[in-house]
Design a protein around this ligand. Sequence first.
Ligand SMILES: Nc1ncnc2c1ncn2[C@@H]1O[C@H](COP(=O)(O)OP(=O)(O)OP(=O)(O)O)[C@@H](O)[C@H]1O
Ligand SMILES: [Mg+2]
Length: 335
Amino acid sequence: MNAMAGDRSGENTTPTPLADYEELPQGHFYDPDAEYEPDPEYAATLAPDAARQRRERIGPTGRPLPYFPIPGPLTDHGPAKIIAMCNQKGGVGKTTSTINLGAALAEYGRRVLLVDFDPQGALSVGLGVNPMELDLTVYNLLMERGMSADEVLLKTAVPNMDLLPSNIDLSAAEVQLVSEVARESTLQRALKPLMADYDYIVIDCQPSLGLLTVNALTAAHKVIVPLECEFFALRGVALLTETIEKVQERLNPDLELDGILATMYDSRTVHSREVLARVVEAFDDHVYHTVIGRTVRFPETTVAGEPITTYASNSVGAAAYRQLAREVLARCHAE
Ligand SMILES: Nc1ncnc2c1ncn2[C@@H]1O[C@H](COP(=O)(O)OP(=O)(O)OP(=O)(O)O)[C@@H](O)[C@H]1O
Ligand SMILES: [Mg+2]
């Protein structure tokens, strides 16, 4: 009899989840067991081992998943922290991450400005703007003295989030800037008057380490490096970190690598898991706990011209970018 009672008390020692973990509002936390619409297959890509992750609170990077608090409202805004979304490798999720991190920060009441710094204008397209129809773009702001940002700024459909759009005109800046005085800090000077109005400015870089990207790094306080979880992910990252270090030494001592963001992760493939493990091995604490899974919903949002946080607000992809926003805010607060 007594022995049985003893057995039962043994059962009770299984760890209970932390209270705050339970209380997070729906849609704000990536909970492997929650029901997301309407993409159960995608939920499976992130959580083959949901029960264990939940019990031990292990994140997809294999490290214990900290709790990232939901940020409280702000009474004052600015001065802005400037984040450059940067990787010279193409198609790794820079633009997708800029739009959706920006939209998630804006949902949390932060004032956000997104800067399209790629002549392809993909960020502008992703927010429903047709770059071909623009008279004024970030190019004019960079190259024309006396041009004010208000003339170029566009409001987006997301409250609290504005856009400095771009189009193919910007490709001329790369050439024209070469002969300018202090050519690396042109974007920094252009953004200065806007700093007081925003909490976060996120710059979507083009896939190169040319003068435009150096301008973005010179203007930025932090860099986020998205890495696609595929075989050649780490190729070229050494060159990127070298470039970041050079900009730190010569142009912008405040610049810091905020984090490496694993994107397009599919935990059902051994390959994806191995790449993520190697990235964590190489960059350790620099790797965000938040990992973005692979889903067709992201290409869909580009066609829809809006962030996933509004296009599919209850999707795992939206929850992942909300968690990333909270992780980025938590890192900023920790300083
Ligand atoms: N997590 C994801 N799952 C599936 N597809 C994704 C994901 N993230 C981005 N994509 C898709 O991959 C493609 C490349 O993404 P994106 O444009 O964000 O990359 P990029 O790094 O900005 O590319 P570029 O270097 O050309 O600017 C797009 O079609 C996008 O919709
Ligand atoms: Mg892009």
